[in-house]
Write a protein that binds this ligand. Structure first.
Ligand code: SF4
Length: 270
């Protein structure tokens, strides 16, 4: 199978602006004023567009982007990604204009041509834990309100959480109650994560928490970052991430590692 025939997953990180201050944020310290241009996105989509099956619009906070910027991206995606299966937005739901944020999501999803459209929302625990991690008072209530609205308007939604501590079990209970899928990702020692209490678990310990969660709930999606190497089908042949400056790397874990994309497996990197 040639590289070009592989179904690719594209993560678009258009800008690192965000109103939260999550301790383990992988974008911390990276300039917030650079925004991915249409031209840079088009260069990548021209090359890979037909082979892209899955797009994730991430950030920073992608819903902070102005409508005219989003229109440019959407037109390019619809033009080049003619075999798009899944389009998802990964967000905290926090933009400061809480009434408009839901409208913005509906507007984007209506404009994109993809078979499946969904929204992933980051949640870190109960109110106290979530606000401690995001360092933002009131962030829990806004995010929960946002998820409630997505459910009400029948938008497909899942929750995403890094395994920070056994506090993650509180997110599990929330998802169980609302029958939502829960995607678990590896908590990385990015940003101020070193100062987190309790300290960030080792990968092995995070995997044990995930095993416990899976025994309790069947809607757990385990990210490649938490899989054993032998079970991980992820490599740079099927993953592309485009950063605000247009640089293309294998996955988000590689964005802090200089300009050269190393020939390493994604899971060794993150
Ligand atoms: S919501 Fe995402 S981008 Fe914003 S601070 Fe938290 S981890 Fe970083």
């Amino acid at each position: 199978m040639s590289i070009m025939s592989i179904s690719k997953e594209l993560t678009i990180e258009p800008c690192y602006k965000c109103l939260l201050h999550c301790k383990m944020c992988s974008s911390v310290g990276i300039p917030e004023d650079i925004i991915l241009t249409d031209q840079k996105l088009e260069e990548v989509l021209k090359l890979y567009g037909k082979n892209i099956a899955h797009i994730r619009l991430s950030g920073g906070e992608p819903l902070l982007l102005e409508e005219k910027i989003l229109v440019g991206y959407i037109e390019l995606i619809n033009q080049y990604c003619t075999n798009l299966e899944v389009f998802e937005i990964l967000t905290s739901g926090i933009t400061g204009i809480h009434i408009n944020v839901l409208n913005k999501v509906i507007w984007i999803l209506n404009k994109i041509y993809a078979k499946e459209k969904k929204v992933g929302v980051s949640l870190y625990g109960d109110d106290i834990f979530h606000e401690e991690v995001t360092d933002s008072y009131g962030s829990y209530d806004i995010t929960i309100h946002f998820i409630t609205n997505l459910i009400k308007y029948k938008i497909k939604v899942y929750v995403q959480t890094p395994i920070i501590s056994y506090g993650t079990m509180r997110v599990l209970n929330y998802c169980k109650f609302h029958n939502l899928s829960l995607k678990v990702i590896k908590c990385l020692k990015h940003g101020r994560a070193e100062t987190m209490t309790p300290e960030v678990f080792s990968k092995r310990k995070q995997q044990l928490v995930v095993e416990e969660m899976k025994r309790e709930y069947d809607k757990i999606i385990v990210s490649n970052s938490l899989k054993e190497r032998k079970d991980c089908k992820c490599d740079r042949k099927n993953k592309i991430t485009i950063l605000p400056n247009g640089r293309v790397v294998g996955c988000v874990g590689m964005k802090q590692r200089g300009e050269i994309m190393k020939d390493e497996r994604i899971c060794e990197v993150i």
